[in-house]
Ligand binder design. Structure first.
Ligand SMILES: *Cc1c(COP(=O)(O)O)cnc(C)c1O
Length: 314
């Protein structure tokens, strides 16, 4: 980061940002990319460039733009979100198609489907490849554009042993985070065709997301994108070890697919508080559900300490 060659990305001439955008676009097999401050902005731009104000966006009820993006899709893109999938982590193409209503003055026209992979609130589950394909085919057949929220795309890539460009093939845009599991301090990308990215660049500027000498941040993102051996696979193995350890102690552990462990408890917020007093940071994702995430700052000793903390509290 300290040695990054920088320019002014608001003028489009920061060489490190350019290199990051070209790298992630190539990795995903798409034409162009835009470096943005957050995954939230990447999703908002994706929605804004594939819809018109007053349109409807179909997505899972647990999807990030519906649950955790402060209402930005309505606030800034002027769309209505239509949540689907009240059972299970994955969207169902039949449910998507039945949610697309015929053209009629009474309805907001559905023009975009958003799919999230891995599924954060779905236990970090990885979409089966054929389900992704069935979803974008169904959506495109009904005249909708498609966006993949791949905040944790590279976890899905590692867990499924399928290259990123294969997993995202067929989607019109992809958001992916260099932060979180990949370990960069800041940054995400929106990846798509040249036309959508050109429009997204203007919207990013309007939202205050143009960042001048952002090559400093892009350098960290480029470093995070390097595979670093089996880093993510190690996280997944540690998450499984944590899940297995807690299950052995009698805790109600959901299947562990990637780097997340969801545990059923009697009182989520009370457990979050008690664990934090034992030096274990996690989130209560609901009144009776805890989410523990394994990442590059969690080693084997940390997993053991977390299991011990559960033992002491429980
Ligand atoms: C974290 C997350 C985002 C948004 O990322 P931020 O950088 O925190 O804004 C988007 N989608 C999913 C599924 C996420 O988990």
């Amino acid at each position: 980061m300290a040695g990054a060659e920088v320019g002014d990305d608001v003028l489009g001439d920061d060489p490190t940002v350019q290199r990051l955008e070209a790298t992630i676009a190539e990795r995903l097999g798409l034409e162009a990319a835009l470096f943005v401050p957050s995954g939230t902005m990447a999703n908002l731009l994706a929605i804004a460039v594939s819809t018109r104000r007053g349109d409807e966006v179909l997505l899972h009820i647990d999807a990030h733009p519906f649950q955790h993006e402060a209402g930005g899709a309505g606030m800034f893109a002027g769309v209505q979100l239509h949540p689907l999938g009240h059972g299970g982590p994955f969207l169902d193409p039949t449910e998507v198609l039945s949610a697309v209503r015929p053209p009629n003055d009474h309805y907001a026209p559905a023009t975009l489907l958003c799919v999230e992979d891995t599924v954060n609130k779905g236990g970090g589950a990885v979409y089966p490849l054929d389900r992704l394909r069935d979803l974008h085919r169904a959506a495109h057949g009904a005249g909708l554009a498609t966006h993949l929220d791949g905040a944790r795309l590279f976890h899905a890539v590692v867990a499924s042993a399928t290259p990123a460009d294969v997993r995202v093939r067929g989607f019109d845009s992809v958001a992916t985070c260099f932060s979180k599991g990949l370990g960069a301090p800041v940054g995400s990308a929106l990846v798509s065709d040249r036309e959508r990215i050109a429009l997204a660049r203007r919207y990013r500027k309007a939202l205050g997301g143009g960042m001048r000498q952002s090559g400093v941040l892009a350098a960290a993102a480029l470093y995070a994108l390097d595979p670093h051996g089996d880093r993510l696979a190690e996280d997944h193995a540690r998450a499984r070890a944590l899940g297995d350890g807690l299950a052995t102690m009698g805790f109600d552990v959901e299947p562990v697919a990637t780097n997340m462990v969801y545990v059923g408890v009697d009182d989520g917020p009370a457990w979050q508080q008690a664990l934090s007093e034992h030096g274990v940071a996690c989130f209560a994702h609901g009144p009776r559900r805890l989410r523990l995430v394994v990442h590059l700052d969690v080693d084997d000793a940390g997993i053991r300490r977390a299991i011990e903390a559960f033992g002491r509290i429980g």
